[in-house]
Design a protein around this ligand. Structure first.
Ligand code: SF4
Length: 384
């Protein structure tokens, strides 16, 4: 393991694994299905990017294998990549190391192997505990397989499990969503992420909605779903600590919190983003182009941008308000200056008067009303 004390703040490391067994109807992530022959070359390119990283040697507080479907690739690739990250960076002994798993591919032997490799947190893409909803999304697994994956993860020794749920799905009612939330609470997972379905252009779901084959709930119903999810999970003891995220005490996601608190992060793999020393970089989106760049000896970075002070302020506001504890006004003032903050005061006052933002104990935070229209509120607040 490399050690250094030159950098006090630990990095968050993200590794993108872009392979899936099949594309879900709503997916527009940088992933591929039916291209497993690219897996070995992709991990070879990843190895090259990790060992050549300019930030090597820095302390690391979290590692996150996301996708795509990391549980779709042979476990050895995950184990070797994690070993390489440990050899290249100074990964803290208490680092949070997460792997995203799909119920269709998270079976007992591989779950035990992940645990042995040092993965200590599992994020399971359940999405729903109703077969009808899962079919409407084009998911490969059933509700029973989702429950089995959670139980098998427990048997494999995972004591920090997160479950993803989607609401606002085609044909879904408020009762269906509350059924999903009740089922998730019954599984006693430590963390839950709940996302409103978005219909991205050029996805099969967009075509299904356009031709009437899929009918989405009204906006008012989707807002009621979100509001009821918050109430049910808070009543069950979950802390609503970020717009879409809930955790039992002590189980907030350290990795995602690094993004929301404006800390530095490094992404490896196709479509991944990095942010360090005020510079944001994004890699080429497709895994094939990522491999081709590696083979041709060129950088996988497709975009590099040095953030201006205005962009950094906008990010600090957008990300900070996603956290339920909100933004520390003194910290914001110290970082960006009183004059800059004064220019935002009219927008803050406008939103406070509208009941979407509240000021308390030196912090600015979204109210429940603000949460329901967060995009509109943020559009008013961010500097132009
Ligand atoms: S499993 Fe996730 S990444 Fe893969 S196709 Fe479905 S939504 Fe997209």
């Amino acid at each position: 393991m490399v050690t250094t004390s030159a950098f006090p703040d630990p990095l968050a490391i993200y590794v993108h694994v872009p392979f899936c067994a099949r594309r879900c109807h709503y997916c527009d992530f940088p992933t591929v299905a039916g291209s497993d022959e690219w897996i070995p070359a992709y991990f070879e390119a990843l190895r090259h990017e990790i060992t050549g990283c300019a930030e090597r040697g820095r302390p690391v507080g979290s590692v996150y294998f996301g996708g795509g479907t990391p549980s779709h690739v042979p476990v050895a690739h995950i184990r070797n990549t994690l070993g390489l990250i440990r050899d290249t960076f100074s990964v803290e002994s208490a680092a949070e190391i997460t792997l995203e798993a799909n119920p269709a591919s998270a079976q007992a032997p591989s779950l035990a192997a992940y645990r042995q490799a040092g993965i200590n947190r599992l994020s399971i893409g359940v999405q729903s505990f109703r077969d009808e909803t899962l079919r409407s999304l084009g998911r490969l697994h059933s509700a029973d397989e989702a429950r089995d994956a959670i139980l098998e993860a427990r048997s494999a020794g995972f004591d920090n499990i997160s479950v993803d749920l989607i609401f606002g799905c085609p044909g879904q009612s408020l009762e269906d969503v509350l059924h999903d939330v009740a089922a998730a609470i019954a599984m006693e997972t430590e963390h839950l992420s709940t996302y409103a379905l978005t219909v991205e252009p050029s996805t099969p779901l967009a075509d299904m909605v356009a031709c009437g084959a899929a009918v989405l709930p009204d906006e008012s119903v989707t807002a009621a779903m979100y509001s009821d999810i918050i109430d049910r999970l808070e009543a069950a003891g979950y802390e609503h600590y970020e717009v879409s995220n809930f955790a039992l005490p002590g189980y907030r996601s350290r990795h995602n919190t690094a993004y929301w608190t404006d800390m530095e992060y490094i992404g490896f793999g196709a479509g991944s983003a990095s942010y360090a020393h005020g510079v944001r970089k994004v890699n080429v989106r497709t895994p094939m182009e990522y491999v081709r760049r590696y083979r041709g000896g060129s950088s996988p970075v497709a975009e590099t941008e040095t953030l201006t002070p205005t962009q950094r302020l906008a990010e600090a506001i957008i990300l900070g308000l996603r956290l339920r504890e909100g933004i520390d006004e003194t910290r914001l003032r110290n970082r960006f200056g009183s004059d800059t903050l004064r220019t935002l005061e009219p927008a803050f006052s406008r939103q406070v008067a509208a009941g979407t933002i509240e000021r308390a104990s030196g912090r600015l935070r979204l109210t429940r009303r603000g949460l329901l229209i967060a995009d509109t509120v943020l559009a008013d607040l961010i500097p132009g």
